[in-house]
Write a protein that binds this ligand. Structure first.
Ligand code: SF4
Length: 400
């Protein structure tokens, strides 16, 4: 398929790998920020093809995974109320809240609907003026502009029965929080290309300079990721720490001015809690004063939520890059995509889901041989057969 196949070319991958192998002289730890990149890395075995000195640490860039439990529980509470139509992307329906999920609310009679765009939810509100329609607005800088536009449209067209349950987060403050952590091992970042296609690259030079880390904007296909790794490692070996755009076919320095203007119009920056990580200052958006009457949290006064995370789930450590998914005791036993303990196992961008989908057979055999914590056997060539052919797909996913 054009625009896909050329970025999965094994011959070009081999050349990039050879350059990376020739460049590296000592250990480096790089973090890919985005869950989509994590899935591509694990699916294609990229981490296993790199020199042993290059470690890829999986970052917190899965929107479903970082949505706080308290917000999930608020969604469950609102969706349970009579007269409410609760709309969401499919990924969120199986994310465990305290004791249940949105699928179970639907099974108990709640009107929970999967939509593929926030505008679908707005249309439902227009068609059902006697009902309250709520859209679950989660995600990073990628999903925030269409959600902002939808609220803007609701206000402009006087659709008063539409509201947004907002849990939007921003990448740069998360990078800063990671770098400030005393346990941080990250020496370079692969920044998420789709986020930068909206926001541009202007937020990164200050971070790169302050923490002396290279930040390379990277895409999602195997060659994009290998090129991102190559450029990051090259900078590290040279002692440089610049922002570099390795994804110019999608990212311009200024980003998308129209999308940014819509964000500024509808949202304002606020502190946000990240599931498993905690509150990060200025790391999110909420509706600005002008649009506050479309805020579902205010409209439904959901207070007094008592949250409880499963004790066995270590997704907070996974999201901070402190633990690989297969190092969690519950991985593949107590916790599977069909019976998830944490959001990282159920989301289509979650690191635990990636290891389960593409590595669980290798990991199972390694465990049987008494090597539970070691990495599974490396493939001999780019790229190994897609292991996902043997496992069931996750539920519908539309959040990026
Ligand atoms: S494998 Fe399951 S229990 Fe363990 S960290 Fe991942 S989501 Fe949580």
């Amino acid at each position: 398929m054009k625009y896909i196949d050329e970025f999965q070319d094994p011959g070009l991958a081999r050349r990039l790998l050879d350059e990376i192998h020739a460049t590296v002289t000592r250990p480096w730890a790089l973090m890919e920020v985005c869950g989509g990149q994590t899935h591509s890395i694990i699916r294609h075995g990229i981490d296993q093809l790199l020199p042993k000195q290059v470690e890829l640490i999986h970052g917190p860039g899965c929107p479903v995974c970082v949505t706080p439990l308290e917000v999930i529980d608020k969604a469950l509470e609102i969706a349970s109320r009579p007269g409410v139509i609760f709309c969401s992307f499919g990924d969120m329906l199986r994310v465990p809240g305290t004791g249940r999920d949105l699928f179970q609310v639907r099974g108990q009679g709640g009107d929970v609907r999967v939509v593929y765009s926030p505008l679908d939810a707005l249309r439902i509100a227009e068609q059902n003026p006697e009902r309250e329609v709520v859209f679950f607005g989660i995600g990073f800088e990628t999903t925030a502009p269409p959600n902002a536009m939808t609220v803007h449209q609701a206000r402009k067209r006087g659709i008063r029965n539409f509201s947004l349950l907002v849990s939007h987060v921003r990448v740069p403050p998360a990078i800063e929080a990671i770098m400030r952590s005393p346990e941080c091992r990250v020496q370079g970042f692969l920044a998420a290309g789709h986020v930068c296609s909206v926001m541009g690259t202007a937020e990164y030079p200050e971070l790169a300079a302050r923490y002396r880390v290279p930040i390379v904007v990277t895409g999602f296909e195997p060659l994009d990721i290998l090129e991102g790794v190559r450029r990051t490692v090259l900078q590290l070996e040279r002692g440089e720490h610049a922002v570099d755009n390795a994804y110019p076919r999608a990212v311009r320095a200024e980003g998308n001015p129209a999308a940014k203007a819509m964000l500024d119009e509808v949202f304002e920056v606020t502190d946000r809690a990240w599931r498993g990580i905690g509150v990060i200052p200025d790391s999110g958006w909420r509706l600005s004063e002008r649009y506050r009457d479309h805020d579902a949290e205010i409209r439904f006064s959901v207070e007094g939520i008592d949250t409880r995370e499963p004790a066995a789930c270590r997704s907070g450590e996974v999201l901070q890059g402190l633990l690989k998914p297969h190092e969690c005791e519950a991985f593949g036993t107590l916790c599977t995509p069909r019976s998830p303990l944490g959001a990282t196992m159920v989301s289509s961008e979650g690191a635990c889901a990636a290891y389960y989908l593409y590595r669980r057979l290798d990991l199972g055999s390694a465990r049987r041989q008494g090597q539970a914590s070691s990495a599974p056997g490396a493939p001999s060539a780019p790229f190994p057969a897609d292991a996902s052919a043997n496992v069931p797909p996750l539920e519908g996913s539309s959040v990026v």
